[in-house]
Design a protein around this ligand. Sequence first.
Ligand code: MLC
Ligand code: AMP
Length: 505
Amino acid sequence: MNHNLFATFAERMQARDGADFITTRDGRRYSYADALAESARLAGALVELGVQQGDRVAVQVDKSPEAILLYLACLRSGAVYLPLNTGYTGEEIRYFLRDAEPALFVCRPADVAQARQLADDAGCPAVETLGSAADGSLLERAAAATPREDIAELGERDLAAILYTSGTTGRSKGAMLTHRNLGSNAETLVDAWHFSAADRLIHALPIFHTHGLFVACNVTLMAGASMLFLPRFDADVIVEELPHGTVMMGVPTFYTRLVADPRLTPELTANMRLFVSGSAPLTAETHQAFEARTGHAILERYGMTETNMNISNPYHGERRAGTVGMPLPGVEMRITDRESGAEVPQGEIGMLQIRGPNVFIGYWRMPEKTREELLEDGFFITGDLAMRDDRGYVHIVGRDKDLVISGGYNVYPKEVEQLIDELDGVQESAVIGLPHPDFGEGVTAVVVCQADAPIDEAGVLSHLDGRLAKYKRPKRVFFVDALPRNTMGKVQKNQLRQQFADAYR
Ligand code: MLC
Ligand code: AMP
């Protein structure tokens, strides 16, 4: 049996033939038949570029339907798709290319000179471009290539993608996701969320993360549904499109912004059947306000790059504000005591662990990190703190990992602290997340300077420019004489979070 996820997609795509797969507001349209044909041409281009089964294809491009066709071409070829946040700077990209050793790097047309340098430096043999206006050298190659019609034969553990997630040590880890991980989760979600060919998904998320790439696109493909591809979240555009869609998936910021918009009404959302939220906590307040304004209870679910989707509120039945629902079919969870590792009784808080066919197989070339987080019995330690209530609903109550989630993007404090600490005159720093009305949490730096060092907020921020993706940059920098520490010498970030709690209020 061929475990290539594309084999399943291809069957469904053939059945949908001339039906819409992806459309855009500027009139581009790919039917399922078009997507099959074009992804075969792109797969042909990959062959010509020397990309072989198991090779990584690193991709840092603006959102476009063609980027999804490239993802499909990689699946078809058995190449490993490696999407990169468009906000990453050259320095960040250098690390990913060196670590993943891709056979091909696909970049934005405007970035090609820098990309060639970075690729040379990392020993990556090929660079091609892909623009958001259906332009770039890769599509030119594809147009001239012999289409690859066959589907690579793959086993259960063959990789479909590597997605980098930042690490608590400041070094990013590549989560290795198999065809089975992605396929099983997409099937589960189609059933759980009642997706069908009649659905039209309003797609405003980025496509380099689990949410916008796998949850949104794989579910659409599995169901033979269609997607309206929007370059980014823009409330004006969403308001225009809601009457023509049936489903939207978003991070909580989408919903807080919509709730703040007077145009959000039951009439505007009358054609919609489902709003999904995830990637960060949706406050009960936003959940309730959205329901009051539209009559729709947002379906909140919980997932991770390493595990895909694990826990979801029900489609039928109560979607409880402030909870992420119950484990999806086929997904096992346990909540354990930090010290003893034993399961805690219902109602108590502990470490959330997850097992299932959705859970990744490890971190790329990091066997020790993998062993620390993916236990021998198959459970993955999420780093989230959870509690299951008397009705079985799971509450994510906090994080055991030092992580800030800003507008659905993860920022690991260590990475930012290391850069701030490099600055002359800085003694030490602590980066924390503080309540932020738009992004949920705002990345914030608290800095201790050496006596009389001429350092101010602007100086710290300009030092980070070009070194860090913008979303990781602190929104504010505060200065203190000393960081609070416990008797073990560990910085008490909780105290700092209390001290600066009102920074964005
Ligand atoms: C943009 N900026 C951000 C930011 N997004 N800063 C902090 N956090 C963010 N998330 C910066 C911009 O660079 C800009 O900086 C300034 O903030 C204002 O930008 P904006 O125009 O308001 O931002 P916008 O383009 O509207 O983007 C906000 C957003 C976007 C929330 C819509 O960030 C987004 O789409 N987030 C989704 C992330 C996501 O897909 N996560 C899924 C991960 S998967 P300046 O300096 O230029 O003013 C996962 C697993 C799971 O977690 O469970 O799903
Ligand atoms: P990522 O590594 O980008 O995939 O982010 C995964 C993390 O996002 C999880 O470990 C959680 O901390 C957080 N997360 C995802 N969904 C939710 C949710 N619904 N509620 C709270 N946190 C969430």
